[in-house]
Write a protein that binds this ligand. Structure first.
Ligand code: 5AD
Ligand code: SF4
Length: 465
């Protein structure tokens, strides 16, 4: 364990005493609620927050009227920010009724100066704010918060530290995310991530492997390797290694059944990776490959470093090599200067590649990014019209693609009980699609063969074989 982790364990001990005293005064254990906004990276970070909170004595609950509420925020698009501001108002109401209550904010949104200014001036009831780079200091920050009676703000601009080995409270006992790298160096012109998550840093392969081995020993069968651009993993390590080679090594871990990863940048996706995926028994038949736009002019303005033709060629090569793979994507509509003709180019790619699913977003102007300063912002009515047209094609294509697997029997990892009908369980196929079928709770965490009886568009109804 490194020095920083040892220090944080000392803070955990200190925080334990503080929380125990408060619980004694209250007459029952202190409760906490961790709310996650945004991506898989944030979901993983939240497991780290929950791990610390549990270690110092909190009991986690779902409701936001807890004794400590922490929002792990996202700032990729402005609507995520607006949701946080809206919900902070509600939290203030709870806080007025519960003098013990502490409100904490962390994550990407907190790395922005404009956000900090706004919270300092208009949300003075917040107790603790920290960012993406110092989440490993959470125990220390908790102690500082309980010792102070003013708002604590600790934001770092960047870091080269990777601190592991701290407590983690996993949401699922059978699957887990694992950070393989942090940050992003791509600077797509619309995207705020490189500014709030810092420069790209890869973890050493040995550390990743040993973390996965630990998880497998603990009952995990499926892992998701996380990074903003996993295809550039390892290039800058002291002993460079490719992402494909990392996958080969992970594949050898006994007891591990399924490997997923996200996100892949098309510009860095190698033939070596396609080869490894094709020959693997464990890597899932799913590739998330963000297109963003199909017009060369817009791709250039976005700084995506590939053309429409290159993207289509790559996607079709993957389909040729791995026919049963599902390819999903991200698309942005309304980037500055985007015309209807540009959107038709994107639609053309959707129809050619036949994405199995796509997350479609309306462009959101992020202060500080090059695109925010571009003059030709697209009027909202035009964005809405183009978005609706494109979404209809995405949905149609996804439905057609899903039909490919109807009447096949595929393995599903059972993830939980169906929310609407407790006689059903919900499983995830290798291609990331969902199937509901009759089954009991003790199937959760197991991989079982399921006959896909009926395709319902975006999910299946099935029967266990
Ligand atoms: N506006 C809209 N969508 C965005 N994304 C990133 N930045 C923006 C933005 N400013 C989308 C991209 C990315 C996904 C995670 O979020 O499609 O792949
Ligand atoms: Fe943002 Fe582009 Fe980096 Fe993805 S690759 S996080 S879209 S800058």
């Amino acid at each position: 364990m490194n020095e920083e982790a040892t220090l944080q364990y000392q803070y955990i001990e200190k925080a334990k005493l503080i929380i125990a005293q408060k619980a004694k005064d209250k007459g029952s254990p202190l409760t906490c609620c961790v709310q996650t906004f945004g991506c898989q990276m944030n979901a993983r970070d939240s497991e780290k927050l929950s791990g610390i909170l549990k270690a110092v004595g909190f009991v986690e609950i779902e409701e936001e009227n807890a004794d400590l509420v922490i929002y792990n925020t996202c700032t990729v698009r402005d609507n995520a920010n607006q949701r946080v501001y809206g919900r902070l108002g509600v939290l203030n109401g709870y806080k007025k009724k519960n003098p013990l209550m502490k409100i904490c904010l962390c994550g990407c949104m907190m790395q922005e100066n404009t956000v900090l200014d706004k919270i300092r001036s208009s949300y003075r009831f917040v107790d603790l704010i920290f960012g993406t780079h110092n989440i490993f200091k959470f125990a220390e920050l908790l102690v500082r918060m309980y010792e102070a009676d003013e708002m604590i703000i600790d934001i770092w601009k960047d870091t080269d530290q990777i601190v592991e080995d701290l407590p983690i409270e996993r949401k699922f006992h059978f699957k887990s995310g694992i950070n393989i790298m942090f940050g992003c160096n791509n600077f797509c012109s619309y995207c705020i991530v490189p500014y709030v998550r810092g420069r790209e840093r890869s973890r050493k392969p040995e550390e990743i492997i040993s973390e996965i081995e630990g998880l497998v020993a603990d009952g995990v069968v499926e892992i998701m390797l996380l990074g903003q651009n996993v295809n550039s993993y390892g290039k800058k390590l002291e002993n460079p290694i490719t992402f494909a080679e990392l996958l080969r090594r992970i594949e050898r871990i006994e007891g591990l059944e399924r490997i997923r990863f996200m996100t892949s940048h098309p510009k860095d996706l190698s033939d070596e990776l396609i080869e490894v995926m094709k020959n693997s028994k464990k890597i899932c038949k799913h590739l998330h490959l963000p297109l963003q736009a199909g017009s060369d002019r817009i791709l250039k303005a976005m700084n995506r470093c590939y053309t429409k033709e290159q993207f289509v060629e790559l996607a079709l090569k993957i389909r040729r090599e791995i026919p049963d793979i599902a390819i999903t994507t991200d698309i942005i509509v309304g980037f500055p200067g985007e015309t209807h003709a540009d959107v038709l180019e994107t639609i053309d790619v959707i129809k050619t590649v036949k994405f199995d699913n796509a997350f479609t977003f309306q462009y959101s102007k992020r202060t500080g990014t090059p695109a925010a300063a571009m003059e030709n912002q697209v009027p909202q009515e035009e964005v809405t019209r183009n978005f609706d047209e494109l979404l209809a094609v995405v949905q149609q294509t996804a439905r057609e693609q899903a039909l490919r697997f109807e009447h096949q029997t595929l393995d599903a990892l059972v993830e939980g009980i169906n929310e609407h009908d407790s006689s059903l369980v919900t499983g995830r196929l290798s291609n990331n699609m969902i199937v509901h079928f009759k089954g009991c709770p003790d199937l959760i965490g197991k991989i079982v063969p399921v006959y896909l009886k009926e395709c319902k568009g975006f999910y299946y109804l099935g029967e266990m074989k």
